[in-house]
Design a protein around this ligand. Structure first.
Ligand code: DQA
Length: 154
């Protein structure tokens, strides 16, 4: 495609926070046995009409930088699994509010059924909604939401 012609595919960013690089190995009884790399291949096959960009970091500032960078990338929607930063990071929540890109908070596990500290989310109030506890399917349900609501911003 010539570089001056814009793609009209919806472009979503999937952002994973700390320890989510260890999916498949990490506490499989809670998070399952599939790596995110393998899961993302399934997403690519399933959502051929959507451009998906992925980012994972264990570092809070890098996650904030990436959220800010979503503006330059003209991202239409963000799926954010902030991992434990969900429960601690005002700065990441501020970044979501600052870019004002529709965001869905994602959790693989049901955070409401776990320790009390997981029941607090600084992210939730900045998001359209939260999908929690449905395993990796939490991500694809969020993609389906964006797809059905045609949230293309640019
Ligand atoms: C998580 C839940 C968080 O409480 C935890 O710190 C994670 C993963 C989830 O996807 O279930 O790292 O966000």
């Amino acid at each position: 495609m010539p570089s001056n012609i814009q793609s009209f595919k919806m472009h979503l960013a999937i952002i994973n926070g700390p320890n989510l690089n260890l999916l498949g190995i990490r506490e499989p009884q809670i998070y399952g046995t599939m790596s995110f790399d393998d899961y993302s291949k399934q997403l690519e096959l399933k959502f051929t009409n959507i451009k998906l960009s992925y980012f994972q970091s264990n570092i809070e500032g890098e996650l904030i930088d990436y959220v800010q960078n979503c503006l330059a990338q003209k991202i239409d929607g963000i799926l954010l699994n902030a991992g434990a930063y969900t429960h601690t990071s005002i700065a990441l929540a501020d970044a979501i509010a600052a870019v004002a890109i529709p965001t869905i908070e994602i959790h693989i596990s049901n955070v409401m059924a776990r320790e009390d500290f997981r029941k607090t989310s600084y992210i939730a109030s900045k998001c359209i909604g939260t999908i929690s506890g449905l395993g990796l399917m939490s991500y694809e349900l969020a993609i389906q939401y964006f797809s059905a609501n045609n949230n293309k911003q640019h």
